[in-house]
Design a binder for this molecule. Structure first.
Ligand SMILES: Cc1cc2nc3c(=O)[nH]c(=O)nc-3n(C[C@H](O)[C@H](O)[C@H](O)COP(=O)(O)O)c2cc1C
Length: 361
C-alpha cells in the first residue's frame, strides 16, 4: 500500500507534495520537470487576463528567507492556452491551474482553462483587506466551471475571517499562505533596495515564513471544514509533517524548488514516507490535525530540563545561551535546579537531542 497517497476535494494524489505557484512552475517544460522530480500534482503559475510586467531585480536570497517582487505570469493567457497547458497535461498528474484575481478576471479565464484543469487555485494577493472581493471571485469561478476551487490566501489578513468567507462562498479548499509582506532588504554597498519594484519592497518566503504559514493552517483548520494545502517555508519532510499535523491535507513548495531544483518534491515525499515507516504510520490521515488533539496540558506544571549524559557532547551551546546561568558544562552539561526556571530554550538549542523536559510534581 502507498502510505503517501492522499485524496481531497475529489483529487487523488500519489503523494502530498506539489509545486506552489512561482518560477519553478513557470511553463509546461517546468511542469514536466516537476513531475520527473517526484511531485504528486502540478500547480501552475498564476495567470491573469494580461501578461505581468515584472520589474527587475525580482528575486533575492536573504538571511533566513527569500524576497521576490514577481507578480503573476509574464506569459499571456493566450500563450498558456495554446502552448503551455497542453504540455502541463503531458505530465499525467492532477493539474491545479492558478488564476488571478478579481471576479471579472476569473470569469474571463475560468472557462478557457477548464479543459486543462482538475481544479482551480485563485490567488487573492492583490484583493485587499476585505473578504468580499475574494468571495466574489470564488462565486465567479463556481458559476463558470464545474471544478473544485481552491482559494490561496496571503498571510497579512485575518485568516479566520477570509477562510470562513471563502468557504461560505463555495470554495472547495484553501491554500495557505502566499508570500508575506511587504518587506525590505538593502545592499550595503549601494544603499539600494534589493528589489526593483517602485517602492523597493518585496514579499518574503522560505524558512522565515514557516511559523507564519503553520499558524495560518492551524487557525484555518479550527474554523473551516474544507481541505487545506499548506505552503510557506517547506524544504524537508519535517516541515511537511508539521503542516499535516496542523491540519493540511497536502503541501506546496516554491522557494526550496527555486533554490534546490525540482528534485526537492520527491526528496520531501521520501522523507515524509521515512518518518511514517519509522513510526508505523500507515496513512497521513493518522497524523492530520494531530496538533489540535495534543494541546499541551502542562502549561502551569513546573518542569526542568533533563540531560542525557550519553547523548551530551559537552559542546556548550545550552550553557552559552542560558540567561539564568543554570547550566554548567564539565564532561557533560549539568542543570542547577535552583537557578533553572524552565524556560525551555536549551532543549531547542541542543543539536544532539540530549535535553528533554522532566516534569516536577
Ligand atoms: C519568485 C516567486 C514568485 C511567486 N509567484 C506566485 C504567483 O504567481 N502566484 C501565487 O499565488 N504565489 C506566488 N508565489 C508565492 C508562492 O507560491 C508561495 O505561496 C510562497 O512563496 C511561500 O512558499 P515557499 O516558502 O515554499 O516559497 C511566488 C513566490 C516566489 C518566491
Amino acid at each position: 500500500m502507498n502510505r503517501l497517497q492522499v485524496e481531497f476535494a475529489g483529487l487523488k494524489l500519489k503523494n502530498p507534495v506539489m509545486p506552489a505557484a512561482g518560477p519553478p512552475i513557470k511553463d509546461g517544460a517546468a511542469a514536466l520537470a516537476a513531475a520527473r522530480g517526484g511531485a504528486g500534482a502540478i500547480v501552475t503559475k498564476t495567470i491573469s487576463t494580461e501578461a505581468a510586467q515584472v520589474p527587475r531585480q525580482c528575486m533575492a536570497e536573504i538571511k533566513g528567507g527569500f524576497l521576490n517582487t514577481e507578480l503573476w505570469s509574464e506569459l499571456s493567457p493566450e500563450h498558456w492556452l495554446e502552448y503551455e497547458y497542453p504540455k502541463v497535461k503531458e505530465a499525467g498528474l492532477p493539474v491545479i491551474v492558478g488564476l488571478g484575481y478579481t471576479a471579472d478576471q476569473i470569469e474571463k479565464l475560468a472557462k478557457k482553462v477548464a479543459p486543462f484543469a482538475d481544479a482551480l487555485e485563485l490567488s487573492t494577493h492583490y484583493l485587499g483587506d476585505d473578504p468580499s472581493p475574494v468571495a466574489a471571485a470564488v462565486r465567479a469561478a463556481k458559476e463558470a466551471v464545474d471544478l473544485p476551487v481552491f482559494v490561496k490566501l496571503s498571510p497579512q489578513i485575518d485568516i479566520r475571517l477570509f477562510a470562513t468567507a471563502a468557504q461560505e462562498a463555495g470554495a472547495d479548499g484553501l491554500v495557505l499562505i502566499n508570500s508575506l509582506g511587504p518587506c525590505l532588504d538593502i545592499d550595503i554597498e549601494t544603499g539600494k533596495s534589493l528589489m526593483g519594484s517602485k517602492t523597493g519592497y518585496g514579499w518574503m518566503s522560505g524558512p522565515a515564513v514557516f511559523p507564519v504559514a503553520l499558524r495560518a493552517v492551524y487557525e484555518a483548520y479550527k474554523h473551516v471544514d474544507i481541505p487545506i494545502l499548506g505552503v510557506g517555508g517547506i524544504r524537508s519532510g519535517r516541515e511537511a509533517v508539521k503542516m499535516i499535523m496542523a491540519g493540511a491535507s497536502a503541501v506546496q513548495v516554491c522557494t526550496a524548488a527555486i533554490l534546490e531544483g525540482p528534485e526537492v518534491y520527491g526528496k520531501i515525499a521520501r522523507q515524509i514516507e521515512q518518518y511514517m515507516e519509522e513510526r508505523g504510520i500507515e496513512s497521513l490521515a493518522e497524523i492530520q490535525g494531530l496538533a489540535h488533539k495534543s494541546q499541551r496540558q502542562e502549561d502551569l506544571q513546573r518542569w526542568q530540563p533533563a540531560i542525557n549524559p550519553e547523548l551530551c557532547t559537552a559542546c556548550g551551546r545550552c550553557a552559552q545561551s542560558c540567561v539564568y546561568h543554570a547550566i554548567k558544562v564539565g564532561k557533560y552539561a549539568v542543570v542547577d535546579e535552583e537557578r533553572c526556571v524552565g524556560c525551555g530554550l536549551c532543549i531547542t538549542r541542543c543539536k544532539f537531542g540530549a535535553i528533554t523536559p522532566k516534569f516536577l510534581d
